[in-house]
Design a protein around this ligand. Structure first.
Ligand SMILES: [Zn+2]
Length: 423
């Protein structure tokens, strides 16, 4: 089958077979089967020359670049691309000890189709699932003749965009998504028998985030950037409790040592409290300069008493109502502030801009967590990345400048000069 686009991978009637035998290099192997153990989708092939049987990742998700092969009979990992162990470790572990745990998949047929496009969003990390899911928009818009089928963890059901043909909801905690689940394989294969033609969406782990129409996923209209200056000033602070904002490198080191000494509970409580203190100090400084400014605090954790002008929306019990409540807070924010991580994806997709604390060991992951909404000069103005140990005054300076200087920067760069056509 000739793919109608390079972003699709053929599955049915003829699965993708552009692979070579990992043992002798012979191309065009015979396709024996396709396996759906969870995060990965693998072709099962047999070499037409030496007869070697092997699984090889189909090029979807992280396997677009990081594909691996495994010998079916000898269990040997073939990793010529030197894919890192965070990819092959869990896969090999799952392959060696497949799980017979029954993972329930609820199949919801919203629109009956015979020709479909399956997007597998399963992953063990929240941000990875979300990023894979954000590929849905491309497939809905570019391939309206194919029914889009989402293979999705149930906790993401609230983000299913309109127009999807089927949703296959997987009842599994993300942390358990690693592994080779025979029950997922069996159920997906039985669902697939209903279709005449199936393509796989590549489901890139890094989709073009600037074009994401977040309202289609969340039902919440994002902050209108053109109204940055005229809307009441509001900031949302995302406080993550599992990756903290530290005052200094010494504080970070102290926390690490205290945990090692068995003082985890006390240390966690202290440094969470200190993080909140820094966030509120930054907000107080902004409010001194811009008295009308208000703030929301979100994050997984317990709410605590807040100063005037701040609402605390933190909770440990997430549900779709809370998700949307947080989304509405982002969507009325000129700026979201937070530490780098997948916790910044939805906030940045909905807010006007961001100030992100970027830990030194995450420099290589720069902006992977930021759904920047501009491709023009405003991108430089609206998305700020600060040092790991930037203090409250530093954060506040940026926030105040963004709120004060938006009009001038926008006029100079966007309103006045003619904009070149983008390629
Ligand atoms: Zn061979």
């Amino acid at each position: 089958m000739n793919a109608p686009s390079r972003h699709l991978v053929p599955l049915k009637p003829a699965p993708f077979a552009d692979r070579a035998c990992p043992k002798c290099g012979q191309p065009n192997p015979r396709v024996l089967d396709v396996a759906f153990p969870g995060i990965h989708i693998l072709g099962e092939y047999q070499c037409s020359s030496c007869g070697y049987r092997f699984y090889h990742d189909l090029p979807i998700g992280f396997a677009v670049d990081y594909d691996l092969a495994i010998g079916v009979d000898d269990g040997v990992l073939h990793n010529p691309k030197q894919v890192r162990d965070w990819v092959h470790g869990p896969l090999m572990q799952g392959f060696r000890a497949p799980s017979d745990a029954e993972v329930r998949i609820e199949r919801r047929v919203l629109r009956s189709c015979k020709r479909v496009l399956l997007l597998n969003t399963l992953d063990f990390l929240y941000g990875h699932v979300l990023l894979k899911l954000w590929n849905a928009q491309h497939y809905l818009d570019e391939h309206p003749d194919l029914g889009l089928v989402l293979l999705l963890p149930r906790s993401f059901e609230w983000l299913v965009p309109p127009g999807v043909a089927e949703v296959w909801l997987v009842d599994q905690k993300l942390g358990q998504a690693h592994g080779w689940y025979r029950s997922i394989d069996r159920q997906v294969k039985s669902f697939l028998t209903d279709f005449d033609e199936v393509w796989l969406g590549r489901g890139y782990a890094h989709p073009d985030k600037s074009g994401i129409d977040i309202e289609r996923y969340t039902g919440v209209k994002p902050f209108e950037i053109e109204r940055f200056d005229s809307e009441p000033p509001h900031i949302t602070i995302v406080l993550r409790e599992d990756r903290l904002w530290y005052r200094t490198s010494l504080h970070k080191e102290k926390h690490r040592i205290m945990r090692r000494l068995g003082l985890k509970r006390m240390a966690d409580a202290y440094f969470k409290w200190d993080q909140q203190r820094m966030a509120l100090r930054a907000f107080r400084l902004v409010r001194e300069a811009i008295p009308a400014c208000t703030a929301s605090v979100v994050g997984l954790g317990d709410p605590s008493p807040m100063p005037t002008g701040v609402e605390d929306l933190r909770t440990s019990a997430m549900n779709p109502e809370t998700e949307r409540l947080w989304c509405r807070a982002y969507a009325r924010s000129q700026i979201v502030v937070g530490v780098h991580g997948s916790n910044m994806l939805l906030p940045t997709a909905l807010a006007g801009g961001c100030i992100e604390i970027l830990p030194n060991d995450r420099l290589g992951n720069l902006a992977q967590d930021v759904a920047h909404r501009r491709r023009d000069a405003m991108l430089l103005f609206l998305y700020r990345f600060l040092d790991e140990f930037a203090g409250p005054a530093h954060v506040a300076r940026h926030a105040i400048s963004m709120l004060h200087d938006f009009e001038l920067f926008h006029r100079n760069n966007i309103v006045n000069p003619p904009q070149h056509e983008r390629r």
